[in-house]
Design a protein around this ligand. Structure first.
Ligand code: ZN
Length: 228
């Protein structure tokens, strides 16, 4: 059982589903992050590439995930990359990981890279219907990333609409915050959406929607349930 997290930037995998990923890894499943942007150009307040790779590796280690697959695509410029290149990179990640469960960005995120990754990932997720050697997709879900998903303007696209909640409890919320701290320079002072107060607040709010002690919310858009 492998889950693939397909995101644009280092730290998106933790912000979007770090608690869930750590939980699945703890349960013995394999979880791999595919982070399409390994470059740091146009990324303000961020460290050099070598340090960023170290930070990404440490964040995966904290969560118990496999080493990340890092792509070569340029930050804040995914709109200039041919759609097919993004799709092929993600398809290769699906093949190499053997993943049947995929998490990716919501297509209405304000961040342009997130939108392009979401569209490319939706196309790549259909790989099994084009290649019989690929195991069928079991589940595709969108994640929620503060400072992008919540910054989308109303009326511009169908907004993130959670359908599924995963309880984190104190333990997995703490792991998520520790993994985020492994990325130097991403946390900001309150009330920025990437502050500890707001991340805790979101987890509490999502938990409250589902009667749970802290939760991450997901919008499941595809689920394949076989015969019992
Ligand atoms: Zn991002």
């Amino acid at each position: 059982m492998t889950t693939l997290i397909v995101v644009a930037h280092p730290d998106d995998e933790v912000l979007g589903c770090g608690g869930f990923a750590a939980q699945r890894a703890r349960a013995g499943e394999r979880v791999v992050s595919c982070i399409l942007s390994g470059a740091v150009e146009a990324r303000q307040h961020r460290p050099e590439l070598a340090q960023l790779h170290l930070d990404a590796g440490e964040a995966q280690r904290v969560l118990g995930l496999a080493p990340p697959l890092l792509g070569p695509f340029p930050n804040i410029a995914f709109n200039a990359v041919p759609h097919l290149e993004l799709v092929r990179f993600i398809e290769e990640a699906i093949r190499s990981s053997g993943a049947t469960r995929i998490l990716t960005h919501h297509p209405a995120d304000l961040n342009n890279d997130h939108r392009h990754v979401s569209l490319a990932c939706q196309a790549a997720a259909r790989l099994y219907q084009r290649d019989p050697a690929v195991a069928p997709l079991e589940r595709l879900a969108f994640v929620e990333i503060l400072s992008s998903t919540d910054w989308a303007f109303p009326g511009t696209a169908a907004p993130f609409a959670p359908t599924s909640y995963v309880e984190l409890g104190e333990e997995f919320l703490a792991l998520k915050l520790r993994a985020l701290a492994a990325y130097r320079g991403i946390m900001r002072p309150f009330p920025h959406p990437r502050s500890e107060e707001i991340l805790r607040g979101l987890a509490a709010y999502r938990g409250g929607q589902a009667g749970m002690r802290y939760a991450e919310a997901f919008q499941v858009v595809f689920e394949r349930i076989g015969l019992a």
